[in-house]
Design a protein around this ligand. Structure first.
Ligand SMILES: [Zn+2]
Ligand SMILES: [Zn+2]
Length: 136
């Protein structure tokens, strides 16, 4: 079992997850619900579900701010840089924001949820222009 690192944009918050072999955990989930679209400002949230006992704060755990937005929806961000952070939403799992991972995890997107709430501009990437960096 190896540890994979993650952090927020400013580096105040750092965490690690214990990650075994590819396929052991359930890949990346993309949530397209309207709450996640608003909270991320993009297509939604990219989440990795990690068992609580495999998630470890390294620094900055007290540097988080949580917004309770709906009875069943809250977001947690870094106080300094606003990065959306892993949310500890239930007793069993941590819902880790995949974009905060610094290390590769060896598994890709496996699941899309709330596809019925997808924005009309959020469609499959087949046939869409792609660039390794910003286009000129
Ligand atoms: Zn930060
Ligand atoms: Zn969502």
């Amino acid at each position: 079992m190896s540890r994979r690192k993650g952090s927020c944009l400013c580096g105040a918050l750092r965490y690690e997850i214990e990650w075994e072999l590819e396929g052991e955990l359930d890949g990346v989930w993309l949530c397209h619900c309207s709450n996640c679209r608003k909270a991320s400002g993009g297509t939604g949230n990219a989440i990795v579900i990690v068992p609580r006992e495999r998630f470890f704060w390294v620094s900055g755990e007290d540097h988080r701010v949580t917004y309770e937005l709906r009875p069943t929806y809250s977001i947690t961000r870094c106080k300094t840089c606003g990065t959306p952070l892993p949310a500890e939403e239930d007793e069993t799992n941590v819902y880790l924001t995949a974009g905060t991972l610094d290390d590769p995890i060896g598994v890709g997107i496996k699941t899309h949820i709330f596809c019925g709430s997808r924005a009309d501009w959020d469609h499959d990437m087949d046939g869409v222009r792609r660039f390794d960096e910003r286009s000129s």
